[in-house]
Write a protein that binds this ligand. Structure first.
Ligand code: ATP
Length: 512
């Protein structure tokens, strides 16, 4: 299966098993908006709990808040979002489709790279062991021609980006005959800036109404509550404020399922520190956050840092944690050293002093900030795309299994009476009633046991507990493990401890 096909299979699987549905589906959906179903919401809540507890419980100096989506409109002027939270937009006049001009150029560059890589692979096959990649890249005429084109377009693009030259974006697109994938034509409009914030109005009468924005990030809710939390929590620097909440961005191109949505959720933590210590803290949070990811057990090789070369004007260091999604390594989380820019701007715009009196220094200052910011939905996608597997079994059959890391799995155990009679459902129900206070369990009695196992595999349930006739006599049940499909007889009273060992989130947290 190609990566593209695999992705389509994932999207279909997510719908079929109640993880993720297109929003408003009976009205043909709403672009780039998705709803979480009965399985998706459990997975999402487990991810949020892992993050929240890792931040607020394991760090005595990090506390949480829950600020509102609606905020004073001046906040977005102060933060720079009203003026500069833009993407360059371009329309194709024939297809009437809208694109991000920068993405069209980046995709074009990626295609050149792909062509070069294919050429290199061809060479590798032809020359076998004698193949010298560096020499091939330096001498092969096709590679040299493509790379010259790449360098030329890349240099023009970077210059246009630095100068924010929208006309040059368009010229690059025209000069390289970058066409609309729908119409196949190069009939483009001018490029214009498009602000990504959604707005609405607040107030009951039209005259008195105020334009307000749906927050495009949760971070500003933390910055504007800095004084409240610091004072009421008697927080001493260094300390952090964590928040999980919805954010909204009117993304121009909304593809790739829940990777890029118009309504999504973020988990952000702003860490307030003494000026001058930011690079130390930046390095520490980079390490901490990577540890949090790798600890889940989806393979360290599937993560990498991508340090930013071009920094936002307020940042003095920034990196992304990228994950290997089915469409390549892409940003999952951002870690930024934001200096005192945000607090400084709010100080300026609100007229309120936002400072910290440092008793050790005997002086007051506006704290610096290192932030970690991860999209919950991207994290859900990372887990789902990594976990979905089609396996060939020894008996020639195939099974589809979601090997979701057990502490994050939506359902931890399924309790299954072998048949719907002879007192087996009653015993199964009793086991269910006992376990349900500790774990999210499912009781299922319909269909053959094999079919029920497959259904539980498809939603990623780590344990299936089967109650049979012998259980009535010896008080034991068969426990089947999802990944190995191994089965063992277990005493009913030992079930809780056996399940807990694998699925308890605290085991993950203890490793951090
Ligand atoms: P991208 O470059 O992919 O647009 P970004 O750099 O704008 O992302 P940030 O503003 O740093 O993203 O937001 C922090 C995190 O929020 C991202 O790492 C990502 O996980 C998540 N995120 C941002 N935009 C979206 C979106 N439209 N849909 C889902 N998650 C998003």
């Amino acid at each position: 299966m190609t990566q593209d096909e695999l992705f389509k299979v994932l999207v279909a699987h997510c719908k079929e098993y109640g993880f993720i549905f297109p929003s408003s589906e009976i009205y043909d959906g709403l672009a780039a908006v998705y709803d979480y179903g009965q399985m998706g919401v459990e997975l999402k809540n487990n991810i949020k709990q892992y993050w929240w507890n890792a931040m607020t419980r394991l760090n005595e100096n990090i506390v949480g808040i829950d600020s509102c989506i609606f905020m004073h409109p001046r906040i977005w002027e102060a933060s720079g979002h009203v003026g500069a939270f833009n993407d360059p937009l371009i329309d194709n006049k024939d297809s009437k489709k809208r694109y991000r001009a920068d993405v069209l150029i980046e995709d074009f560059l990626a295609k050149i790279e792909e062509k070069v890589n294919k050429e290199v692979e061809k060479g590798r096959k032809r020359f076998g062991d004698a193949f010298d990649e560096a020499q091939f890249r330096a001498t092969n005429p096709n590679v040299l021609r493509e790379m010259a084109k790449y360098d030329e377009v890349h240099a023009r693009y970077k210059k246009a980006e630095d100068a924010n030259d929208l006309a040059e974006y368009r010229q690059i697109i025209i000069d390289n005959n970058i066409v609309c994938p729908i119409s196949g034509t190069c009939n483009w409009t001018d490029v214009r800036q498009f602000n990504l914030m959604f707005s609405t109005s607040m107030g009951s009468t039209a005259e008195g109404a105020n334009t307000i924005y749906l927050r495009p990030e949760t971070a500003q809710g933390i910055f504007v509550n800095y004084l409240n939390v610091q004072k009421t929590g008697r927080m001493k620097i260094p300390f952090g404020i964590a928040q999980i909440g919805k954010a909204f961005r009117n993304e121009i191109v909304a593809r790739q399922f829940i990777f890029r949505m118009r309504e999504f959720e973020q988990m952000e933590m702003q860490f307030f520190i003494k000026p001058g210590t930011e690079l130390e803290w930046f390095a520490k949070w980079k390490e901490q956050r990577m540890k949090w990811h790798v600890n889940i057990g989806m393979g360290a090789e599937n993560y990498r840092f991508h340090d930013h070369e071009k920094l936002a004007h307020y940042a003095n260091a920034a990196t992304d944690i990228e994950f290997q999604f089915p469409f390549g390594f892409k940003e999952l989380e951002g870690i930024h050293s934001r200096t005192n820019w945000d607090l400084g701007r709010h100080q300026q715009y609100s007229g309120r002093k936002i400072e910290y009196f440092d008793p050790e220094e005997g002086a007051a200052y506006t704290p610096y900030v290192v932030e970690t910011s991860i999209g919950v939905d991207r994290m859900v996608l990372a887990v789902l795309s990594h976990s979905l597997k089609e396996e060939k079994l020894d008996n020639g059959e195939t099974r589809v299994v979601m090997s979701i890391p057990a502490p994050l799995a939506p359902v931890k155990a399924a309790v299954l009476p072998l048949v719907k009679k002879d007192g087996l459902p009653e015993l199964a129900q009793k086991i269910m009633d006992d376990l349900k206070y500790d774990f999210n369990c499912q009781y299922e009695e319909k269909d053959s046991i094999g079919k029920r196992y497959r259904r539980q595999d498809a939603i990623g349930t780590p344990f299936c507990i089967t109650v049979d006739h012998q259980s009535l006599e010896d008080g034991c049940v068969t426990v089947r493990e999802r990944d190995t499909m191994s089965q063992e007889r277990v005493k009913i009273e030992d079930l809780r401890a056996l399940i807990d060992k694998r699925v308890n989130l605290n085991n993950l947290l203890r490793n951090l």
